[in-house]
Design a protein around this ligand. Sequence first.
Ligand SMILES: NC(=O)c1ccc[n+]([C@@H]2O[C@H](COP(=O)([O-])OP(=O)(O)OC[C@H]3O[C@@H](n4cnc5c(N)ncnc54)[C@H](O)[C@@H]3O)[C@@H](O)[C@H]2O)c1
Length: 401
Amino acid sequence: MRNVRIGVIGCAGRGKLADWAHQPGNGSEIVAGADIYPEQRQMFLDRYREKFNAQPAVYSDYREMIEKEQLDGVIVTSPDFLHEEHAVFALNHKIAVYLEKPIAISIESADRILEAAYRNRAKLVIGHNMRYMAFTRKMKEIIDQGVIGEVKAVWCRHFISYGGDAYYRDWHAVRKYSNSLLLQKGAHDIDIIHWLAGGRTVQVNGMGGLTVYDKLPRRPKGEERIKEGIQSVWKEEHFPATSQKDFYPEIEVEDINMINMRLTNGVFANYEQCHFAPDACRNYTVIGTKGRLENYGDYSPDSDIQVWTRRKDKFRLEGDITYRVNADDGNHGGADPQIVQSFVDALRGKYDVWSTPQAARYSVAAGCLGAESIRNGGGCYEVPALPDYLENFDFARAEEK
Ligand SMILES: NC(=O)c1ccc[n+]([C@@H]2O[C@H](COP(=O)([O-])OP(=O)(O)OC[C@H]3O[C@@H](n4cnc5c(N)ncnc54)[C@H](O)[C@@H]3O)[C@@H](O)[C@H]2O)c1
């Protein structure tokens, strides 16, 4: 069996995701990586040597990698503001792209990526791995079975304990690099809200602000980069947030975001995010005409979904039905190996991809306009629709159309 040849842009950090695609002898191989930082390239080489006894080629310039390596696919795990540049370059070379979420940091940028994939008939898969998590799949299944009737409201509260570690020490903290944490984090949940509700946002408004991280001690200008890699600054003792220091020299993105959404099918939804909570969990409530469901725990091993289907005029901690959810093996509750496998399968002509670039674009659109609303007085914004030819295109199968 020929191995499909895959390269990775952004070798460290999330770049480790590519390791799931390294299956020489089983149809796919990571043959090269590109990263502008020498120590990240070295980490990549060390990882492949120790983990796989392999020696991929490394490049400081992703364009050189794409032009030289005869790749079938590329996994783009670079920071959000580089997604368009990296994905469009590969798509223009007719190379299939797995692109991490958020697809882009503006609606226009997301649309240019979709256009490039469409124009070049190059496959495009976006890394919305939450669609592959056991608890979201179970919620979707319960809803599709009609257990709670017709969905009318979806509310998601998102508690993030590691906000200070992950988003206020590097590029994530600055609007020109990440736009808003409604994209970096929220794009996942807005996508899941759309998926569970069976619609997408047409109107959005929001409130929120920077309440904690802008007031804490920062690194001096000139020390923008954390050289040893982001993982080294994730520490459990970083609590409470107010005891922390050494943040990015510029802090711009809101640490509390709350948006309201009206969806195409009349469902009302909201998403609330806090970056200095003591615990980390996404808590969805979905209310239908015949019941309500809520997840207790998300992709941790011991989560469940409670469903209330009988009326009782008091609070009940336990629902009428409890669905135990066991996370699968592998990072992010098994979602990472599964979504990477679906990309590798698509490269090999087997199609079972559960996220779509259109959905990724609509989640980013709601996040971008939600951020605009938050920054401009809380007014309501209309989400522009995609043109029909992009709306209806099957991006995972692109070449075969
Ligand atoms: N789906 C998920 O669960 C998930 C989880 C984490 C991160 N992500 C996404 O993955 C992406 C990367 O996030 P991260 O936290 O690893 O970021 P990061 O800052 O650690 O960067 C990732 C890699 O890109 C490299 N890089 C930076 N600039 C580059 C350039 N110009 N050319 C080539 N490589 C470059 C960095 O050196 C690093 O190796 C982001 O888009 C993020 O949203 C997704």
